[in-house]
Design a protein around this ligand. Sequence first.
Ligand code: CUA
Length: 410
Amino acid sequence: MSTFVTKGPVAETQYDLFMLTVWVTLGIFIAVGGAFAFAIIKFRERPNDDRPMPSQGHGNPLVEIGLIGISILLLVIIAVPTLKGIWYTHDTPEDPESFMGAWYSGEELAEEESENPLIVKVIGYQWWWAFEYPQLGITTANEMVIPAGKVVHLELRSSDVIHSFWLPRIAGKVDLIPGRTNSMWIQAGDNYLRWKEKQGAAGPEDESPLLRAEYATYLEEEIHNYYYGQCAEYCGDSHARMLFRATVVDNEEFAEWVIDERTGHGTPDGRSWDDWYTAYADKPDSLTGDLNEGLKLFMGRGKCATCHVVKGNPRALGVAGPNLTNVGSRMSIAAGWLNHRSEEDGSIDLEKQYDNFYKWIHETDVVKPGNRMWKAGGGGIGELIDENGELALLTEDEIHKLSLYLQSLK
Ligand code: CUA
């Protein structure tokens, strides 16, 4: 999560601005600190000091006006690029190579969208993130997927308190403010023109296939990656655990991901959802196996479907919690706090993933103190009250089956 290893034009601009500020303030520090050190060394008291008291002066207009002038000058030197940087981050550039029509190979795109960049609506919740892709009709949570080298326009909103979107290596930080939509743009890696300029290659008319191939290699080797993000504005109990991720992929992978998200999931045993729900209503015991048991808990005692969407499942439509479509193929859960991505090869460590699901359902208040799922469950997950009037939380065996079911959503 370093702002010094920049990937893309927005982070780069912010880094340059930071370095300019560092040099200016370093200059001020050396000038002021140097004058101070000079004065205390030259005028310090020595043993048997019989020098007369130095002349005591004040109110030197030349010095005062001079210092005010220098301060104003330095502030202007910092302010001009700062304002330019703010506008730069805010105004999504018109880059024809980033228009959806130029790179997106999926079918679901409306014609009028082909001249727009990819739009992602980012919505902050205590304490997780929703990422909506309105042009593609999909919503995901906590792990956004974006194409390498393409401009992405972000609309930032909050559903409760102020949060802040920060992807240190790509861009940051813009606040998500209740009742207001902020916008910014991000781009993981340079576009072709910018990259070519840095290579010192010939002018914009140079379209040699070789150079294009080199550019593709640059995106693949330097940009295609998994990036860590973090809420950067204090937003309550679990602010520090409100992380998110950006997976930067190539164009084909992006199109595949969209299809996957749009399709969603079937039933664990392959029957149609209608058949499954008929059996669930009439003969629930005929739905056997851990995954079926897990799904029954998801729809029933666990009450998961009242807050979570699972695409495909016609009755899992709640929107108060994160969208769980393909949650089993995400590299982390609990807004990035429970991570199961193997650092060696970037794959999912299945044992760790199971443990993370189990841990999250079992003690969500420990993982993320104060979270809504815990509160909504009255201090746990399960039906609020059973037939004896007791709080009926999920048992260990039920949590086990639910974990297996969630893990299977991929
Ligand atoms: Cu959201 Cu801090």
